[in-house]
Design a protein around this ligand. Sequence first.
Ligand SMILES: *Cc1c(COP(=O)(O)O)cnc(C)c1O
Length: 241
Amino acid sequence: MPADEAYRRFLIERREELLGRIGDAARRAGRDPNDITLLAVSKTVGFEELRQAWECGYVAFGENRPQELKRKVDAASQDASLAGVRFDMIGNLQKNKINQVLGVATLIHSVSSEPLAAAISRRAERRGLVARCLLEVNVSGEQTKSGFEPANVLERAEEIAGLPGIAVEGLMTMAPARDADAARRSFGGLRELRDVLERRMGTRLPVLSCGMSGDFDIAVEEGSTVVRLGRIVFDPAYDDK
Ligand SMILES: *Cc1c(COP(=O)(O)O)cnc(C)c1O
């Protein structure tokens, strides 16, 4: 069997398994599995693997580097069979890279500070765009993680949501690795923060982007609407047991 065919079979079977697990977690929480988007994080694979994943049913991809995002979006636009593919920006975004992702990423998950939000808004306005964004929150408080502190996002979200060039659609977080209890607290905390913000602002913030390869079942139980899955989608050697 050619390697390509083996990889395709892996992608198909793994996708079935992941959709099954997302569905099970949703039902445990009394949620509709259709409310959860599986974002395939393609940052570690090339365009060819991404194209195979698309052929196996994945429709939305996440990249964490502006240049690589642009490269894959350009490659996809040259390939008529990928019409309708979605790419999101999920990684740390520097101000001088904003123009590389505007109009390219469908959703920017990683708006991690007020100055960054203001800079995105200014550049988007200049180009006649409204950038769809999530505010990244450091719910767990780990030093190594970027994002708004919860108290800070409560204070600033209304002002940020009022910026003309961005549309705030929800919140994003990353949980501490390999600690299921801490992950559950982070995801639950993100949801509660969203609920408080919705009440205060009187607007809906429907998107909660949380859950990665090692903790997405918990994230879905806690209300995630976008799970960002990398290794478990693309790496046959990944083992989360
Ligand atoms: C790499 C990455 C992911 C995916 O991580 P996996 O553990 O491979 O599923 C999700 N979110 C962000 C922001 C990432 O950088």
